[in-house]
Design a protein around this ligand. Structure first.
Ligand code: NAD
Ligand code: UGA
Length: 458
């Protein structure tokens, strides 16, 4: 079949894979190829066991793979062939040199830009899908268009707003798609080409157009605002615990004000995930580099309070378990940073597991999808740590069960059976306010939730 357009995506990760699968499904006349430098990841995309767990993804990939969706390691051929190149490589926090710990590490992104330049033989549209510091598209333009090949590149910013666990639904029915370009004739033509892709399935009034800098900055700002809401409810949860107010009731009452809105007000162990912390710290670094000290401090406090909430949870456990967990078996229910994903990047569970191991607890981790990642994250740990697929086995002989990921399956466990197999007094710490605390207390657990009065038998 002769394809109308050839789209390439560089980076077959949590964003590149699902996004391209959706484009392939919705645009059958486009050929979509996803390339990556990681051969194991590409092999997994080409197998029955996809490299990431995302509800609905396997069905989408089965439908399109080999038809108009292809996964490959042939970066050079992919670039040469493509009309439009999406760049969806990782942009983690820099760990070295200037800006270490805050600035974005742009080495993967720059390498990609140079590969595009090296292998292109005709004009192309390059779409920044990765989350980047504001004004990075300008650097991309400079690298690409500073050439003697008589090839012109138009750089468009199309940041991605999907959330893991709901990626397929978010891609299929996005609140908005944002496309920013230069406002020159060639820039506007490139913008239109990207609008045309999404118009296959997204309502036209949900496709927002802007200048390229606004698109870049809107992505960082959206993540900062979402995280800020969690960092606003976290300290209120601490105040609730001191005053016998209930954070769920408070969140519900304030969320019913249409000016505030009810979403992203769930207090818990803190936010995790690969992006909130890195993107806010990136925003902080950008503000600092423009001399906007107060603005930088304001946003940095959103990250600081999140770390405080994670540590506060460990302190609550210690204080209530008679100030020692040394030698005590503690079962962590959930390790992913949220439900419906196997992703453990920046998961609060990592901080809590490490904190408990430092206190010499015997930590047992269970999770329906994240055990492989958990093993990798903690491979260097020498302390008493084990992994258990079955939550009942994890809880057997434990002094405490600690719910850290909001997997629905943890709501449906037989807690009577769990209680029977535990040491007594039996502690249950619900870091996500997911369970029926009154019922668990009545069964015999000592229950500690977030932002609620504890329910203790002693
Ligand atoms: P990821 O680490 O899962 O995937 C990135 C992939 O890029 C990796 O497989 C890596 O091997 C590949 N790569 C790196 N350099 C390459 C090169 N030169 N050539 C080919 N492949 C290369 O990352 P991700 O979670 O998909 O995130 C990608 C970007 O999207 C980041 O900027 C992130 O901030 C942003 N983002 C992520 C999410 C999310 O939910 N994960 C949501 C919105 C935006
Ligand atoms: C987030 C944003 O929601 C996406 O729009 C964005 O595209 C993405 O980051 C990104 O740039 O990577 P994600 O991190 O996948 O998506 O998941 P979220 O649903 O935002 O959850 C992030 C963390 O906040 C999780 O640990 C979650 O448990 C926690 N959370 C969320 C709360 O503690 N309370 C809430 O009310 C909501």
């Amino acid at each position: 079949m002769e394809f109308e357009k050839k789209i390439l995506c560089i980076g077959a990760g949590y964003v590149g894979g699902p996004t391209m699968a959706m484009i392939a499904a919705k645009c059958p006349r486009y050929k979509v190829t996803v390339v990556d430098i990681n051969p194991a990841r590409i092999a997994a995309w080409n197998s029955d066991s996809l490299p990431i767990y995302e509800p609905g993804l396997d069905v989408l990939v089965q439908k399109t793979r080999g038809v108009n969706l292809f996964f490959s390691t042939a970066v050079e051929a992919g670039i040469r062939d493509a009309d439009i190149i999406f760049v969806s490589v990782n942009t983690p926090t820099k760990t070295f040199g200037q800006g270490a710990g805050k600035a974005a590490d742009l080495q993967f992104w720059e390498k990609t830009a140079r590969q595009i330049l090296a292998y292109s033989t005709a004009d192309k549209i390059v779409v920044d899908k990765s989350t980047l510091p504001v004004r990075t598209a300008e650097a991309m333009e400079r690298i690409l268009n500073n050439n003697t090949k008589n090839v012109h590149f138009e750089v468009v910013s199309n940041p991605e707003f999907l959330a893991e666990g709901t990626a397929i639904a978010d891609l299929e029915n996005p609140d908005r798609v944002l496309i920013g370009s230069q406002e020159t004739p060639t820039g506007l033509a490139a913008r239109k080409a990207i609008v045309d892709i999404y118009s296959h399935w997204v309502r036209r009034d949900c496709i927002l157009e802007s200048n390229v800098w606004s698109a870049e900055l809107s992505k960082l700002t959206a993540n900062a605002f979402l995280a800020q809401r969690i960092s606003s409810i976290s300290p209120i949860s601490a105040l609730c615990e001191k005053t016998q107010a209930d954070v769920v009731e408070v969140a519900n009452a304030i969320g019913r004000d249409s000016r505030i809105g009810g979403k992203f007000l769930k207090a818990g162990v803190g936010f995790g995930g690969s992006c909130f912390k890195k993107d806010i710290l990136n925003l902080v670094y950008i503000c600092q580099s423009y001399g906007l000290t107060e603005v930088a401090e304001y946003w940095e406090s959103v990250v600081k309070i999140n770390g405080w909430q994670e540590n506060r949870f460990i302190r609550t456990m210690l204080e209530n378990m008679f100030n020692t967990v040394a030698g005590k078996r503690i079962a962590l229910l959930g390790f992913a940073f949220k439900a419906d994903t196997g992703d453990t990047r920046e998961s609060p569970a990592l901080v809590i597991a490490r904190g408990l191991l430092e206190e010499r607890a015997q930590v047992v981790i269970t999770d329906p999808k994240a055990l492989d990642n958990a093993r990798q994250d903690l491979h260097a740990v020498k302390e008493d740590l084990s992994f258990e697929a079955d939550p009942y086995c994890a809880a057997e002989g434990a002094h405490a069960v600690v719910l850290l990921t909001d997997w629905k399956l943890y709501q449906d466990l037989d807690y009577q059976r769990i209680l029977r197999s535990m040491e007594h007094p039996a502690f249950l710490f619900d870091g996500r306010n997911l369970l029926d605390h009154k019922k668990l207390f009545e069964l015999g657990f000592n229950v500690f939730a977030i932002g609620k009065a504890p329910l203790k038998h002693f």
